[in-house]
Design a protein. Structure first.
Length: 306
């Protein structure tokens, strides 16, 4: 049954691909309230949001190293180890849902999760708001930018506004899509053809090269999972082992891979996915070319992240 559903998705997806190429370039710039972006950046880097002032958003989302932490599982307050791989925060505003299980519908909603997660920041929203209200800088800035001052709404709006600014345009493949056919190597160009012919593009398409649908992990072969994915949210049997398809932008910078960090390299991730997700054989030459294509998705870190 699951294979039938997968082929149905393939049919629908391939039909839509006839209209235009499946991957779109990121915009060069995005228009946002710069003062809110700056306030959100201050909060993103400030451990004031955590229970013991030891963990900030940037602790798990290093903006100089791919927007994640490079660990299989992140470390929260008190040295506690999480149970799921931290995704990149770059280009996350283009995800149709946030978190691997899609439990947050927006970046603003997502911003609440880590604050009260006992394995991450381990605080409470009430305590965080009270702490911010006692800080002269935050009190003044929030009162200038938000008529309601410091509230749950304004706190998450500031953080999410900064995160919206974290786009990485002008990747070599973006320039290729815009007409510069010399922007990527011949090997990467061949890798893109492999990416399409093997069926990777069925789930990894759109402006984020992913991030816009759910899929079951282990379609053609079971993959020995312990995390139940969407099932934890919906409690529907068909949602067991279903996860949000991740974006592939900047993927060369965000090892290890998968929701459980099981793949340490891009080569390993490519072979795992072609076997378990699309049921196809892939040669070493094709793998090498596909990895070269994936490297071409690395964009430019925005100035606001530095």
């Amino acid at each position: 049954m699951r294979v039938f559903l997968h082929f149905f998705i393939i049919f629908i997806s391939l039909f839509t691909f006839t209209v235009a190429d499946a991957i779109r370039p990121l915009p060069d710039t995005i228009s946002l309230d710069q003062k809110k972006v700056d306030l959100g950046k201050k909060l993103f880097f400030d451990p004031i949001l955590s229970k013991d002032n030891s963990i900030a958003c940037v602790s798990c989302h290093d903006l100089q190293n791919g927007g994640d932490d490079g660990l299989q599982f992140s470390i929260g307050i008190g040295g506690q180890r999480g149970d799921i791989n931290a995704p990149t925060v770059y280009n996350s505003s283009y995800n149709f849902r946030q978190f691997w299980d899609g439990r947050a519908k927006s970046l603003q909603e997502q911003a609440l999760g880590p604050i009260e997660n006992p394995l991450e920041m381990g605080s409470s929203l009430h305590k965080v708001l009270q702490r911010l209200k006692k800080d002269k800088y935050y009190l003044a800035e929030f009162n200038k930018l938000y008529k309601e001052g410091i509230t749950t709404e304004s706190l998450t709006d500031a953080i999410s506004t900064f995160e919206q600014a974290l786009i990485t345009p002008n990747a070599p493949f973006d320039r290729y899509l815009k007409g510069d056919k010399d922007a990527i190597s011949k090997k990467a160009e061949y890798g893109y053809r492999v990416f399409k012919s093997k069926g990777c593009i069925i789930c990894h398409q759109g402006i984020s090269v992913g991030g816009n649908l759910y899929n079951k992990f282990g379609i053609y072969e079971d993959i020995n999972l312990t995390h139940l994915g969407r099932y934890n949210i919906t409690h529907r049997e068909e949602d067991k082992y279903v996860f949000k398809v991740p974006s592939l932008r900047n993927i060369a910078l965000t090892a290890p891979y998968m929701h459980d960090g099981r793949a340490k390299t891009l080569e390993e991730a490519v072979k795992l996915m072609t076997k378990h997700q699309v049921g196809r054989h892939i040669s070493d030459e094709e793998t090498d070319a596909l990895v070269s294509f994936l490297h071409s998705l690395t964009g430019i870190i925005p100035a606001i992240a530095k």
